[in-house]
Design a protein around this ligand. Structure first.
Ligand code: NAG
Ligand code: NAG
Length: 307
């Protein structure tokens, strides 16, 4: 082969290679490219599969769409604490297919009640354990559980002296303590400038004190303490999170718009990496919202929610 021909060919190939590798990526960061994930993506036909692991393959599409959309939102400095053009919650749809059973409202409408997957199973279960953090003076959720199931409800709230209306505090199925869930075992002496004395304990400490290895339902409504306390749970239980379901009110009220990106999004990602999947959400306000999660890694409890 002619040397000059060979030389020209090599130069051309090099040129093509450089053109491809230096070409700017196709990622568009203008807001018109922002498409929040859609619920359509998780709706695979329920009649074809009840298997949450198959649902999870579809859910990955939502996670990918969310990551792209949030990157665009961040580059454009969108304030996700506002409702428009996009609120934080738009990026986090809940996929109903992750609860292949009935979702029931437990407790009264409005603040205080929660949405729960497969209440029927809890009604049949004999050794059922519920932990409820943040009962305040409205305990309709806890009341309905002690009346309709054999669950023992461990209720915690350092802001009140006893379990709230309408629960009978002497009911043996309620175990109330004026303690909060925290990122470490400590006593805090002020919150938002108010002098007080609140003992906090980690979930692991409380479970050890109570002699529990497993929780059927974990309810958390703790006004912003969910970030540090659940981050600690992730650190303490690195194999499998020790509960079937998490019913939580997520608050953006006490954190900055910048912390939505630096704190809340990584926190949510970390919960999902441990197998939590949102199956229900209820409209709240731009700064707080109820979510119900199922733990799809629960292979420990032989009577888990899938059975
Ligand atoms: C709980 O307390 C708040 C104010 O502290 C009050 O407005 C509300 O009515 C109380 N709810 C119940 C069920 O007692
Ligand atoms: C918190 O205070 C109580 C008594 O008020 C004490 O028994 C407990 O040890 C304290 N906890 C911590 C972690 O300091």
């Amino acid at each position: 082969m002619n040397r000059r021909y060979m030389f020209t060919l090599i130069i051309m190939l090099l040129y093509c290679f450089m053109w491809y590798s230096l070409k700017p990526d196709e990622v568009q960061y203008d807001l018109t490219a922002l498409v929040a994930p859609s619920l359509k993506d998780c709706n695979i036909d329920k009649s074809q599969s009840n298997d949450v692991f198959e649902q999870d393959i579809e859910y990955e599409k939502i996670v990918q769409a969310r990551m792209r959309a949030l990157q665009i939102a961040k580059v454009n400095g969108l304030d996700l604490k506002k409702e428009k053009p996009h609120s934080f919650w738009d990026f986090y749809p809940a996929c109903p297919n992750f609860c292949p059973f009935k979702v029931s409202r437990v407790g009264r409408h409005g603040d205080g009640g929660k949405w729960l997957c497969n209440l029927e199973r809890l009604k049949m279960k004999s050794n059922c354990i519920v932990y409820s953090f943040g009962v305040s003076n409205d305990s309709s959720f806890e009341d309905e559980l002690v009346k309709n199931t054999d669950c023992i409800v461990y209720a915690y709230d350092p802001t009140v002296k006893q379990i709230g209306y309408p629960v009978d505090p002497s009911n043996p199925k309620i175990k109330f303590q004026p303690i909060g869930i925290g990122g470490k075992d400590q006593n805090i002496s002020s919150v938002l400038g108010m002098q007080l004395n609140y003992p906090l304990k980690t979930l692991k400490t409380l479970m050890r004190e109570n002699g529990h290895e497993w929780i059927d339902v974990l309810k958390i409504d703790v006004e912003g303490y969910e970030y540090e306390s659940l981050s600690r749970v992730l650190g303490d239980f690195q194999q499998v999170l020790p509960f079937d379901q998490l019913l939580i009110e997520v608050h953006l009220s006490w954190i900055s718009s910048e912390e939505v990106y630096s704190l809340v999004i990584p926190w949510w990602d970390a919960l999902e990496r441990m197998g939590l999947r949102p199956y229900f959400t209820e409209d709240g306000s731009p700064t707080r919202r109820e979510y119900s999660f199922i733990n799809i890694r629960n292979n420990i409890d032989p009577n888990n929610f899938r059975k």
